[in-house]
Design a protein around this ligand. Structure first.
Ligand code: C2E
Ligand code: CA
Ligand code: CA
Length: 678
């Protein structure tokens, strides 16, 4: 017999034949199965018959591991460790063997068997099985092999039966149903359920540690004793649960700083506000935005920006009290909920700490960087009770803090809200106004100081509001700039001006029309092409168009602005500096840029007595740089006379004419012509 064993196994099997000699006489098939090597290592003659082997050697040489499924292998390993713990334990199962691929179902009683080398094998004793019908046979097999854990618990909570999967999951043999659950409430849920079957997903204790199981529990009667019992079937859904939890975490947290995100705020902060208000407490939302964060991102790169945000998040956490919360709303915006608060002073104290911790410099990529926060605060219940309102108010207050020069904080006030409210209404109205062509372009004559002849016109837009009537541009230009409408409006005025210039030329009046360009229009990539397209489609004359820009455009030193300016000049547009003298009045740039004209701000003309030296200087400088010079806002004969004295070329002002519509301007031209002819 030993000849059938491989040499390495000699030691473990050496005494088997001796130890089991008596078994040879048994009619029942008996054999020893080496779990580690998945082979029979000893068998009596009946077992040779049962396995349909030619001889014992044939049986011993069979490699049973070859077509063994992973579940069977796992189960065998489980038995092996059970035997190692308790070599007295015995199991009985219905097995279907496949000797030479023919199924044969037997009852098998098996127990641990220690081999000569100390390894635990399995001693198996088979008895013929009463013929089961096919269905019963298959269900017994399914129960045996399924990975679904099935346990029958008796009325006292102790297990009456476990299928192999349940056995391998249980921590110990007589683990009760209540002990199986991590939370007491799970057992309560089961016992309180009214129907026959309950389905829950709950955390359980298992031999692999704590897991999540999808449990279905059914009330039934034990088939043997007739007692009431629970039939529990369970599927391990821990992986699914972990994925779900991760997804949930990601949905509610910012992956960079691990702080809760805006989503989390809108889901949970309202509850917190409600709880506090219900218990008579007050709280504050603190909206924090880092100043010039974009600059840091742009100059040091996004990596550095990310590190900075992580550091700020860390520092903000140090300011929090236990009951406070912090979230990252996105970009460089953070939100703190301070709750409860006693009074303003508590808020102020924390806000000052925020400013101090955030403001301290930090080293990022070996560079010393510092940022300052702009902070807006809303209070509940003083300012509101709903998180969305409070968030909006804190945001508004933050913008106000930014407007007042950054690195500041401000509390929300009703006036702030009203101002924003009317700004929102205005923006909505402006959108409609553009769609419905409520804007009209007026023209103000530009006149030669010496001859008093009209040399040109400045296009000045008006809004013919359906209710308010004529609205001057100072009331809406900045709103248009802020809500992104200025490009569209600017182009409409430009088109009107090109048309007017051509129209007057056709009538025999050769005028130059100047159009105001907002600095924000230089932010549009297609500015130059758009203006050229308009000139082309209106069959206009570039030579007759002057573009008025403010000093701020030149002082921005923005490469793309300067290149657009140069492109416009190359295309033949003339450039004038508007409101000259009010900005930096930096004469140095006069020769650096391709300018043609200076327009002296009307504040100087209106205060000519005191401003005379400045006006004279500007006129002289303009002459030096060969620039045309126009005085704006001339209202009196004296002012005009003075300008004549300084050798100023042109002027605009109510003294000659206010801005008027195209028709009136045309009539004016015709009147002047007649006068000139007379
Ligand atoms: P601006 O470019 O300096 O235009 C001259 C302003 O002075 C005009 O005001 C004009 O009506 C006013 N003005 C002219 N003569 C006199 C005078 O003798 N006395 C006084 N007190 N004022 C005089 P308006 O039309 O209200 O325009 C205000 C500003 O709105 C303009 O200042 C300009 O900055 C802006 N604006 C007007 N139309 C446009 C436009 O189409 N696009 C852009 N971006 N801005 C425009
Ligand atoms: Ca102007
Ligand atoms: Ca001006």
């Amino acid at each position: 017999m030993n000849s059938a064993l491989s040499p390495s196994e000699d030691d473990s099997y050496a005494s088997l034949a001796d130890r089991l000699r008596d078994m040879n006489r048994l009619h029942r098939p008996v054999w020893v199965f080496d779990i580690d090597h998945a082979c029979v290592c000893w068998g009596n003659p009946s077992s040779v018959d049962l396995w349909d082997a030619a001889s014992l050697e044939d049986l011993l040489s069979r490699k049973m591991g070859d077509d063994m499924t992973e579940t069977v292998a796992k189960r065998l390993r489980q038995y092996q460790s059970d035997f190692e713990l308790d070599d007295q334990c015995q199991f009985q199962e219905v097995w279907t063997l496949f000797p030479n691929d023919v199924p044969c179902t037997v009852d098998v009683v098996f127990s641990g068997f220690c081999l000569d080398d100390g390894r635990m094998a399995m001693f198996c004793e088979a008895s013929p099985r009463e013929a089961l019908d096919d269905e019963a046979l298959r269900s017994a097999e399914a129960l045996m092999h399924t990975s679904v854990m099935i346990t029958l618990f008796g009325a006292n909570g102790l297990p009456l039966y476990r299928n192999p999967a349940a056995r391998s999951s249980a921590r110990y043999a007589d683990e009760t149903l209540a002990d199986h659950f991590v939370n007491k409430t799970t057992m309560q849920l089961l016992s309180q359920a009214t129907g026959d079957e309950v389905n829950i997903v709950a955390p359980v204790q298992s031999s692999r540690g704590q897991c999540w199981h999808d449990i279905s529990a059914r009330r039934c009667l034990d088939a043997v004793s007739g007692e009431r019992a629970w039939l529990i079937s369970e599927v391990d859904v821990s992986r699914l649960k972990a994925t779900e939890e991760r997804a949930q975490f990601l949905a509610e947290h910012d992956t960079l700083t691990n702080l809760p995100n805006r989503n989390y705020v809108s889901i949970t902060f309202q509850n917190r506000v409600d709880q506090l208000l219900a218990s008579g407490h007050a709280g504050a939302l603190v909206f924090i935005d880092l100043d010039r964060f974009k600059d840091i991102n742009d100059t040091l790169g996004h990596d550095a920006g990310d590190l900075l945000l992580i550091e700020v998040a860390k520092r903000l956490k140090t300011v929090l009290r236990k009951s406070d919360a912090v979230a990252r709303l996105g970009g460089d915006e953070f939100l703190l909920m301070l709750a409860p608060i006693e009074d303003h002073a508590t808020v102020l104290e924390i806000v000052n700490r925020i400013r101090s911790v955030v403001g301290q410099s930090m080293t990022i990529h070996d560079r010393c960087i510092s940022v300052t926060p702009s902070i807006g605060i809303s209070l509940f219940p003083d300012n509101g009770r709903h998180i969305n309102d409070l968030l909006r108010y804190a945001d508004l207050a933050m913008y106000h803090a930014k407007d007042t020069g950054r690195n500041d904080f401000s509390f929300f006030t009703q006036e702030l809200s009203d101002a924003v409210e009317s700004r929102i209404t205005l923006e909505a109205e402006l959108n409609i106004a553009l769609e419905e062509n409520q804007f009209i372009t007026y023209f103000q004559p530009r006149v030669d100081v010496q001859s008093n002849e009209i040399t040109g016109a400045e296009a000045l837009v008006r809004w013919l509001h359906p209710i308010k009537g004529m609205v001057p541009p100072d009331s809406f230009i900045s709103a248009c700039e802020e809500c992104g409408l200025i490009g569209k409006l600017g182009k409409a005025v430009f088109a009107d001006s090109v048309r007017a210039q051509r129209f007057w030329a056709e009538q025999g009046f050769k005028l130059r029309v100047s159009v105001n360009l907002s600095p924000l229009q230089f932010g549009e990539d297609t500015l130059v092409e758009d203006l050229l397209d308009i000139v082309r489609s209106e069959n206009g004359n570039i030579d007759g168009i002057e573009l008025e820009i403010t000093e701020s455009v030149l002082l921005g030193h923005d490469e793309s602005t300067i290149s657009k300016l140069n492109a416009l000049v190359d295309q033949g547009f003339r450039i004038a500096i508007d409101d000259f003298g009010t900005g930096y009045s930096n004469l140095a740039y006069l020769h650096r840029y391709p300018l043609r004209c200076l327009k002296i701000d009307r504040s100087f003309i209106q205060a000519l007595d005191s401003a005379q030296p400045i006006v004279e200087l500007i006129v002289a400088m303009a002459k030096l740089f060969r620039l045309d010079v126009v005085a704006e806002g001339v209202e009196t004969q004296q002012q005009l006379d003075a300008l004549r004295g300084y050798n100023c070329q042109e002027y605009q002002g109510y003294f000659f004419e206010k801005p008027i519509d195209l028709e009136s301007f045309t009539a004016l031209l015709n009147r002047k012509k007649l006068k000139n002819c007379a």
